[in-house]
Design a protein around this ligand. Structure first.
Ligand code: FE2
Ligand code: FE2
Length: 179
């Protein structure tokens, strides 16, 4: 039997499908094209305003309150932050691979393709890191500033440093270094 939340996952996958089409179209746009594609471009704005934002609003309204209760009972509140770290580690791997391809002794054509990938990955990392740091600062560190003493915060910072050094020589860094 399908998961109880299958419909939400399905909706996500439809939204992502449309979004990826939009990304490809926007990336391929040439200056000369835009005036003939006025309606298509306006349609992209409509997609965000009439499909993506209402989805987010419906989550704020119904999904998150239900999730808050479940997290308190069965989950870990920072699990989503750890998922960000996993995504960041994956994108850094992609970045490393793109740099390798850009610097490889390839044809100019292959290098152009690699460079385009590199630019896409850096924008992806930009989005991921800025939202991740914002979540940490506005949701986590703000709570710590409000509820921890200087000494307690120092203790956390001290343990962060100790942890990073301890794992310095390990091969697998996921969820270890402070991103
Ligand atoms: Fe969603
Ligand atoms: Fe982080």
């Amino acid at each position: 039997m399908a998961q109880p939340t299958a419909r939400i996952r399905q909706h996500h996958s439809e939204l992502m499908g449309k979004f990826h089409q939009l990304v490809e179209t926007v990336e391929a746009l040439q200056t000369g094209d835009v005036t003939q594609r006025r309606e298509e471009l306006q349609g992209f704005v409509t997609f965000f305003l009439e499909e993506l934002l209402p989805h987010a609003e419906s989550e704020e309204h119904a999904l998150y309150p239900a999730a808050d209760d479940l997290i308190c009972q069965h989950g870990r509140p920072t699990a989503t932050m750890s998922l960000d770290h996993e995504a960041i580690v994956e994108r850094i791997d992609d970045f490393k691979e793109c740099i390798r391809r850009v610097l490889a002794d390839e044809t100019p054509q292959a290098r152009d393709i690699a460079l385009a990938c590199l630019k896409r990955v850096i924008h992806y990392l930009d989005a991921l890191l800025s939202v991740h740091f914002r979540k940490e600062e506005e949701a986590l560190l703000a709570l710590m500033d409000e509820h921890l003493s200087h000494e307690e915060a120092q203790e956390v910072i001290h343990r962060m440093h100790g942890h990073g050094e301890h794992h310095e020589h390990h091969e697998h860094h996921t969820n270890i270094f402070p991103l």
